[in-house]
Design a protein. Structure first.
Length: 143
């Protein structure tokens, strides 16, 4: 699957703010960077059961915390949040749900929102995240 064109920025996750929001230091080029709060497209906090929120946030922290990412910015809201897709720009293992090629890239990357939604079906099992990041354990292939 190829993602449609939109602004694509390299960056690094600074902090996970909530279940659907990460702070990313985006590289604008020429040594210029800016920190932005990025809302994960398609993920709504209200859709995550209260009983699973601690596990969900832990999974997101392990998945993207301090990691290199690509942000495909779709829109900036009036409250200064950026809504977009976040791709993990680091090695992943197996064939996890959410692998896709951003426009203009020559390799598939893990799109966080899609993987995070799949992770909900696994009850936010941290072992699934570790399997994708470290190759620890069995990685479930896409169906």
């Amino acid at each position: 699957m190829t993602v449609t064109p939109a602004a694509l920025f390299r960056g690094r996750t600074v902090r996970v703010h909530s279940l659907n929001c990460v702070e990313v230091e985006l590289q604008l080029g020429f040594g210029v960077s800016i920190k932005k709060l990025v809302l994960l497209e398609g993920i709504e906090q209200k859709d995550i059961p209260r009983s699973s929120r601690s596990e969900a946030k832990h999974c997101l922290v392990v998945l993207v915390g301090g990691k290199k990412v690509l942000v495909q910015a779709d829109a900036q809201r009036k409250d200064n949040y950026v809504v977009g897709r976040v791709f993990l720009d680091e090695k992943v293992y197996g064939d996890p749900e959410g692998m896709m090629t951003p426009h203009g890239m020559d390799k598939a990357l893990l799109e966080i929102s899609t993987f995070y939604a799949w992770l909900a079906t696994q009850k936010y099992d941290i072992q699934e995240v570790k399997a994708v990041l470290n190759g620890d354990g069995k990685v479930q292939a896409r169906g």
